[in-house]
Design a protein around this ligand. Structure first.
Ligand SMILES: C[S@@+](CC[C@H](N)C(=O)[O-])C[C@H]1O[C@@H](n2cnc3c(N)ncnc32)[C@H](O)[C@@H]1O
Ligand code: SF4
Length: 433
């Protein structure tokens, strides 16, 4: 109750909107073409919605891998790329991220074909970031990944104690995954990221400390350490026996994160986003790095200044729509200037530092005249440091501000992804009213 009260009032304060809802208003490619006009550079996100197993905690859009579906999916994505060819033209694509699901399920059934097609169609000026599953990283598969030009690789290690790996239903042991990471590192990627989940059921502080030290010993470039989020539409979310209120679990997570922060900082890592710690001097691994992007594939989301749109989540419906030359977008939301500014601030807080001049460049407005009074209060509370142009969140601020953002994002993701996972073409999804 308290959480929804905060959400409602804060959202109104920042966006000045009574209701925020995505609707099945499907823009045509001609309409989209207008939306691209004053965009100079763009990112591309490609979603691969397949996994060999469905993990009980995972909120992402995915289904069990089937090689025949993967071939049809490859052709559909290539056709979707063709639809954007004229619209995007020769604008530089400065960030390319392949996420999932598990992109490496398609290592031998189309992913290379899609990458080649993108390179032949767009002005790709960036390196490839890709997510993978540890069980796909044999020496042969790693060679294939390297030969596709991938320079930045991420894998979900998730835990480094067998009992927690079992809880998460991961199909490898601690020793096995350590050997896999060693193999990955031998391939000299520019950045190897491992995902790790803490605040697992019954996990002790000592276990978090042991795992933190073991993560550092792996020799990876980056560690993304997330607390376990319980999305109501996942198995672990619906089974949750303990109190799942974000406010009540936030203190335990804070202490665990503080343990990890100490270990990572001591080992020469620096914080590069709320949950990510990167070895100094290494380019950080992260999803699309430019503010505006086009999403391809089932559940691919696009953000183009004044519109956010989302493709249908349903793989069969996505393929059908493309094969029948229909736009696969299921939902869109026109973004007012206040919504765009609030979204901008949300992501900059997530990244933990930002320049006020970037806000001015993007919106033509002075940052302090819009958000100055809030920044003063946060600075007074010790949540951030403001040197006049750059704002840098402190460790304390990073945690509490993100805890606050979680109040919105977990709820919005649950509504948006939860509903879209059930209904391929929802009429309307209300995020806030
Ligand atoms: C797309 S998956 C990673 C790649 C690959 N599919 C795998 O499982 O190894 C994205 C990552 O998000 C994180 N994640 C997924 N569900 C989560 C949850 N409920 N709470 C916290 N982190 C979660 C996990 O660390 C997971 O590795
Ligand atoms: S955690 Fe990875 S493998 Fe498991 S369901 Fe999610 S995307 Fe698939």
């Amino acid at each position: 109750m308290l959480e929804s009260f905060i959400r409602k009032n804060f959202s109104r304060l920042l966006t000045k909107e009574k209701e925020i809802a995505l609707e099945n208003r499907i823009p045509s490619f001609e309409d989209l073409s207008g939306r691209f006009q004053d965009i100079d550079e763009l990112g591309i996100y490609l979603h691969i919605p397949f996994c060999e197993q469905i993990c009980p905690y995972c909120p992402y859009n995915k289904e069990i891998y089937n090689p025949d579906v993967a071939i049809r999916y490859t052709n559909a994505v290539k056709k979707e790329i063709d639809c954007y060819a004229d619209v995007i033209g020769k604008r530089p694509i400065t960030s390319f991220y392949i996420g999932g699901g598990t992109p490496t399920t398609m290592l031998h059934s189309g992913i290379e074909d899609i990458i080649d097609h993108l390179s032949n169609t767009f002005n790709m000026q960036c390196e490839i970031h890709i997510e993978s599953h540890p069980n796909h990283l044999s020496m042969d598969n790693l060679d294939k990944i390297v030969s596709m030009g991938v320079k930045h690789l991420s894998l979900g290690v998730e835990a480094l104690q067998d009992r927690h790996l079992r809880t998460l239903k991961r199909q490898y042991t601690t020793e096995e995954v350590k050997a896999i990471v060693k193999r990955v590192i031998s391939k000299n990627f520019k950045c190897v990221n491992v995902d790790f989940i803490f605040a697992l059921p019954d996990q002790t502080y000592t276990e978090v400390e042991q795992a933190g030290r073991a993560l550092v010993e792996l020799g990876v470039d980056q560690i993304a350490a997330y607390p376990l989020f319980r999305f109501p539409y996942t198995k672990m979310g619906s089974d949750a026996k303990e109190n799942t209120s974000i406010i009540s679990t936030i203190f335990k997570r804070r202490k665990m994160l503080a343990i990890l922060e100490d270990i990572f900082y001591d080992a020469g890592f620096e914080r590069t986003s709320v949950w990510a710690f990167t070895r100094q001097g290494v380019p950080k691994y992260c999803s699309v790095t430019v503010p505006l992007y086009t999403g391809l594939g089932a559940s691919g989301g696009s953000y183009l200044k004044d519109i956010f749109s989302l493709n249908t989540f349903n793989v069969a419906q996505y393929i059908n729509a493309i094969e029948r030359e229909k736009v696969p977008i299921a939902l869109s939301l026109d973004l007012s200037e206040n919504m765009q500014m609030a979204g901008w601030l949300y992501w900059r807080i997530y990244e933990t530092k930002f320049m006020k001049s970037d806000f001015k460049e993007r919106f033509g407005k002075d940052f302090d005249s819009v958000y100055g009074k809030y920044m003063k209060l946060l600075s007074f509370l010790g949540f951030l440091k403001d040197d006049g142009n750059q704002i840098v969140l402190t460790d304390k601020g990073t945690y509490w501000l993100h805890g606050f953002e979680d109040l919105f994002s977990i709820d919005y993701i649950s509504k948006l992804w939860g509903t879209s996972g059930q209904d391929p073409w929802p009429k309307k999804i209300v995020l806030q009213k």
